[in-house]
Ligand binder design. Sequence first.
Ligand code: PHE
Length: 339
Amino acid sequence: MKDKLDKLIAAASEAVASAKDQIQLQQVKSCYLGKKSELNRLMKQLGTLPREERPEFGKKINLAKQEVEKLLKAKDEELKSSAYQTALVKDKIDVTMPGRKLGKGSLHPITLAERIIEDVLIGLGFEVAEGFDVEDEFHNFDALNTPEDHPARELTDTFYLGKDVLLRTHTSTAQIRVMETHKPPIRIISFGKTYRNDNDASHSPAFHQIEMLVIDEGINFADMKDMLNLFVSRLFGEKIGTRIRPHFFPFTEPSAEMDVQCVKCDGAGCNVCKNSGWLELGGAGMVDPYVLEAVGIDSEKYTGYAFGMGVDRIAMQMFNIPDMRMLFENDIRMLRQFG
Ligand code: PHE
């Protein structure tokens, strides 16, 4: 009997040793410990033996079983650790290798132009106010003295998002937002995106404006001219001439448009200024008393001026960008030039 069990253990030991992976080891296990195994068969025979032989016999089988289990367990651990080692070698990462370089971004020409303009105006004593892209009719039209039947309110000119919800058509909305929450004296600028239902070679449905608002006691048209001339000379240089032409805006009275001498040809006439020698800078005027009253500012006591200009064309001139669409296509070859 002892012999038989020793042989069984020896055979199991050999089978365990030759198992190459967990699947084979599992097969060895069921062969030597499973239901149909020799050890199990011997165990079942226990009942047929004389009573006094049974304990001795049972103990021997159990010892043999334990021996086989020990062998299996040792092999199992060995297989697991060698699988781990192989994985370690296979998946090795060289942490000392240099990383992939991330490209450095650059500011968009519109942002650059905005910062240059903003710097000049902050230098002239203005504070920056925020506005909203999404507005209501009160801030975009009503408070700015724009009549109910004004063409700018038409669907063909304004993007409506819903009833009384629209994309602002100009940054003049910031005038109203500021005057609603601040008492004069007011000296602010506000920069942002503006939207109009326009799309051709020289118009984009989304563009950028910068707004200026000054409200105080005793502000007059000459103050406005003086400030705008100073602004232009700081932005384009002392030599650039300006002119003011009469114009109309519902929210200013009197209203004007300001031109600067063409920065490309110094006023001689070229393709940029369409041979006129002048470039349109923006709209301006004395804030209409109706606008002041709409936001609860005493128009007998306070006066002021507002000015609004497009930033996209200025950016094109500053950086020699020939086509407005290039500003919005975000072609990486063009953007990289501003790094
Ligand atoms: N909001 C006007 C426009 O978009 C410009 C403007 C601003 C005119 C301030 C006068 C005063 O055309």
